[in-house]
Design a protein around this ligand. Structure first.
Ligand code: 6PG
Length: 246
């Protein structure tokens, strides 16, 4: 079944960010204990991150109980503008979160495989077990985006990383789309271990790939699903004809 059946279409990128922020707050409110949020890279979540920095939202986040992870990273130094976690840190995390609660994928290693192995260890230590229990998701919320080729996180069409069932994080060679750098990515099982997976997709340039995803073409973004709830937030410019007026 097409993942996009669970799509919510909103007017524009501002509305998309507000809707995503409200869903994040709802997931946070539902957990009275330690909270784990997995952020995403790319440009799509920037408005959401900006919103989380405003008083209306930052005052509602229990920062001392909340931990922040990232679903994929580019193998570039933290001072490189392409570094995904650095963008989130700059926009909101460094202003509000204890630094020990920010969990970037390290990039100061010999290669992406080593970075991935180190992050997998960190995730397992945080989770407190080496295998994922379906009854106890790793994350409360996983944010996702979609690339023009249907990739999500750094899971690219045809890449062996998609077949991983054991590893939580893997290194990926040079990405086939911009930015053309090596990456590290959480695998499908690790990303699935969440109460909610929330895709944010905006802009008319995303309409073609959403049209393909809506007819259930087998692409990474259609294979990424939460073991709990999966929701697609789409703005009207990105919305394919087939999903209009449902
Ligand atoms: C990355 C990503 C990637 C991204 C999509 C969408 O590091 O590039 O995490 O999966 O989410 O490519 O990117 P945009 O939001 O920039 O369209």
């Amino acid at each position: 079944m097409a993942s996009l059946r669970q799509a919510v279409v909103v007017a524009d990128p501002d509305r998309l960010a507000v809707t995503a922020a409200e869903r994040m707050l709802a997931r946070i409110a539902a957990n009275g204990g330690r909270i784990a949020i997995c952020l995403t890279g790319g440009s799509s979540p920037k408005k959401l991150y900006e919103l989380l920095a405003t008083d209306a939202y930052n005052t509602k986040i229990p920062w001392l109980r909340t931990h922040w992870f990232i679903g994929d990273e580019r193998f570039v130094p933290v001072d490189n503008p392409l570094n995904n976690m650095a963008i989130a840190r700059k926009i909101f995390l460094d202003r509000f979160s204890p630094s020990s609660h920010i969990h970037p994928i390290p990039t100061n290693t010999a290669n992406p495989d080593e970075s991935a192995a180190r992050y997998e260890c960190e995730l397992k230590a945080f989770y407190g077990a080496a295998s994922l229990d379906p009854a106890r998701p790793l994350f409360d919320l996983v944010l996702m985006g979609v690339g023009p080729d249907g990739h999500t996180a750094s899971l690219f069409p045809g890449d062996p990383a998609l077949r991983q069932t054991e590893r939580w994080v893997v290194g990926v060679g040079r990405a086939p789309v911009e930015p053309l750098v090596a990456r590290m990515t959480l695998t499908l099982p690790a990303l699935a271990s969440c109460r909610e997976m929330l895709f944010e997709v905006a802009g008319k340039e995303k309409r073609a790939i959403l049209t393909r995803l809506a007819v259930d073409e087998t692409l990474p973004a259609n294979r990424a699903r939460s073991s709990g709830e999966t929701l697609w937030l789409i703005d009207s410019a990105a919305c394919p004809e087939t999903l209009r007026g449902r």
